[in-house]
Design a protein around this ligand. Structure first.
Ligand code: DX5
Ligand code: ZN
Length: 224
């Protein structure tokens, strides 16, 4: 069943603990944390102090999305801060094999992120190594952007690939997901669906989370 991952980028940073508790009590199991460096993406967000602070107030799984140049240099810092899952962009990581193996050797799940225009075929040989593949459905760097629909073709291609090769990696999508398109995203075979503004941009993040989860689950439970 697809999971909704609330993205803290859209949360009120002065009330992080409270906002996390709201989605947690509505059944969220994984939080998505966006790390931006102002180089790989034209924006800055949070760093290790926020990840450590979040780690102290919740036992939820922390999915850390590194939108940074040279991620190898900071992966150990985020693992130390309490990340359970760490994803690096294929576009930033020349030694992807080594980086994924390092993350796993530290006991965390390792993910690869693809920008919208990066083909899934680039992962042909590394797929066996990935615990998850994160498909960006917006150009990374900002919350609140419009969903790019061709990314669903990439999700379906990955799902077919996973079935054919009997692999177990999860498929995650990130950017522009709302209650209007979450059904289509779930139908494309996506397991983890990140939602920032459509959760924390709403007056009641807990019920926004529940609404999205229900819409995603209903669309995959519906008979064909
Ligand atoms: C964008 C980030 C996303 C962002 C999604 O670069 O990777 O995780 O929080 O925000 P929404 O859901 O508002 O598009
Ligand atoms: Zn993200």
């Amino acid at each position: 069943m697809p999971e909704i991952l609330p993205s803290l980028l859209a949360a009120d940073f002065t009330r992080l603990g409270e906002q996390i508790a709201q989605v947690e009590s509505s059944g969220a199991r994984i939080l998505h944390l966006d790390i931006m460096d102002g180089h790989f993406v034209p924006n800055l967000s949070m760093g290790t102090p926020i990840v450590s602070a979040v780690r102290k107030v919740t036992r939820l799984t922390l999915d850390v999305h590194l939108m940074v140049a040279n991620p190898e240099a900071v992966v150990p810092l985020f693992l130390e801060a309490g990340a359970d899952c760490v994803s690096v962009h294929q576009e930033t990581t020349p030694h992807l094999d080594r980086t994924l193996r390092f993350i796993q050797s530290e006991g965390a799940k390792a993910g690869v992120v693809l920008n919208p225009s990066t083909p899934v075929s680039t992962l042909e040989h590394a797929l066996d190594l990935c615990d998850y593949v994160l498909l960006m459905s917006v150009n990374p760097g900002f919350g609140g952007q419009k969903f790019i629909p061709y990314v669903l073709d990439k999700a379906r291609a990955l799902r077919d690939w996973r079935d054919r090769r009997r692999l177990e990696f999860l498929i995650e999508i990130d950017g522009g997901v709302s209650v209007d398109n979450v059904g289509k995203v779930a139908e494309a075979g996506v397991d983890w669906i990140v939602a920032g503004s459509s959760v924390f941009g709403e007056a009641d993040p807990g019920s926004a989370f529940s609404r999205l989860s229900r819409a995603a689950r209903d669309s995959v439970a519906r008979p064909a």
